[in-house]
Design a protein around this ligand. Structure first.
Ligand SMILES: Cc1ncc(COP(=O)(O)O)c(C=O)c1O
Length: 399
């Protein structure tokens, strides 16, 4: 039986590349997986008191279905968090809890888009957005994040690429895959552009507390004239990616987004509810001690420094330092491979280190790059970059 055209168009590079890596491992080879932004695969642990809350949850909740919009208690805790961290004035009614931010992305785009619509997305950018825009037969239109300017967004290009079919602007800040953190000025300029064109902004802030000596300015702080939907969740900052809890909240004084909110709710009712015990534990995570976040950012910052130095010392590779998130997006200066996928596979087979090809984050602005993570501890990073260094030296010698 034929699969739908829609589903066969999906190609999520971050997990697609695991197929050849799995094959190598099955043959007994060791693979260092630098492809997925999962802190729990490295030396980061879900804090003990979250785990205790999850164990407690199954005794405390009735283990039946919950509210489709998300538990009212968790939504209250999220409004407190967003006010405390970013000054966002929202109520629990504005918040939707989903099975990860991924579900918020799917549901929101499914509500906003008709075939032929366009959405501005950062290039390079986290691929869920482009994948779902394509899935709904709409068109992702990339705006460049300029590598030479520490991956800052090209707002003139954003302006040039808006037309009568544009439905929204997606912002990912701090950014996956580049590690960029946008200054307040850039965030405000994007907000002005959105207001001028009466477009909503979808701002993905899942790495909001993961920055290294660079202040983060949330989109929620921009003018109330801008309609916005902020995405956030517990997978990264709160170290519980497997529990699948994320959320989005609407900020819209105009009432223009009311029907979009209702469209999202109609889809969410059809999927019944988010995981109930995990929502209980997520609430505990927002209300307990937060010092583990300093430990997380402290380690990541040191690993970003190390990765930056090592990558730039490898002939044929250059990289900008990550200012936040869990990633860097190095450029492959050497012009020896047909595509960045060929480069990734050659590195994998030659060294056992798995990266993600840059074009998986944007065909137009991601080519000749790869995404790496800054999550492993320094001895593992050292091993991976030693292998990459030897590999590159060997390839460059052949030219
Ligand atoms: C920018 C961004 N948004 C969303 C997600 C997905 O998050 P979740 O685990 O909450 O579905 C990721 C995961 O890597 C991400 O990098």
């Amino acid at each position: 039986m034929k699969a739908s055209r829609r589903s066969m168009k999906m190609n999520y590079a971050i997990r697609q590349v695991t197929i050849p890596a799995d094959e190598m491992e099955a043959k007994g080879a060791e693979v260092i997986r630098m492809n997925i932004g999962d802190p729990n695969k490295w030396d980061f642990e879900t804090p003990e008191y979250f785990k205790a809350a999850l164990r407690e949850a199954v005794d405390m909740v009735d283990n039946g279905y919950g509210d489709s919009q998300g538990s009212p208690e968790l939504r209250e805790a999220i409004t407190d968090r967003e006010f405390e961290k970013h000054g966002a004035r929202i109520s629990a009614d504005d918040v939707i809890v989903t099975n990860g931010v991924s579900e918020s992305v799917q549901v929101l785009l499914g509500t906003m888009l008709e075939p032929g619509d366009e959405v501005l997305v950062p290039g390079p950018g986290y691929p869920s957005y482009t994948q779902y825009i394509n899935y709904f037969d709409a068109k992702p239109v990339s705006y460049e994040q300029v590598e030479g300017e520490d991956w800052q967004p090209d707002i003139d290009m954003m302006r040039e690429r808006i037309n009568e079919r544009t439905r929204a602007i997606v912002v990912i800040n701090p950014n996956n895959p580049t590690g960029a953190v946008y200054p307040e000025k850039a965030v405000r300029e994007i907000a002005d552009l959105a207001a001028e064109n009466d477009l909503p902004v979808i701002s993905d802030e899942i790495y909001d507390k993961i920055t290294f000596d660079t202040p983060f300015f949330s989109f929620s702080r921009t003018s109330p004239d801008v309609k916005k939907i902020i995405m956030n969740g517990f997978s990264k900052v709160n170290l519980m990616p497997g529990w699948r809890v994320g959320y989005s909240y609407f900020m819209d004084d105009s009432g223009d987004m009311d029907e979009i909110f209702e469209g999202c709710m109609r889809q969410l009712r059809a999927r019944l509810c988010p995981n109930v015990p995990c929502q209980w534990a997520a609430r505990a995570a927002l209300q307990g001690p937060q010092d583990y976040i300093n430990e997380l950012t402290g380690k990541l910052s040191a690993r970003a420094d190390y990765s930056y130095k090592r990558l730039n010392d490898i002939p044929g590779i250059s990289a900008r330092k990550a200012k936040g998130s869990m990633f860097m997006f190095p450029r492959v200066e050497a012009d020896l491979w047909k595509s960045d996928m060929d480069f990734i596979l050659d590195v994998l087979w030659g060294t056992g280190v798995l990266f993600v090809p840059g074009s998986g984050f944007c065909e137009e602005f991601g080519r000749n790059h790869f995404r790496t993570i800054i999550l492993p501890d320094i001895p593992i990073l050292e091993k991976a970059y030693d292998k990459l260094e030897v590999f590159m030296a060997g390839r460059m010698k052949k030219v």
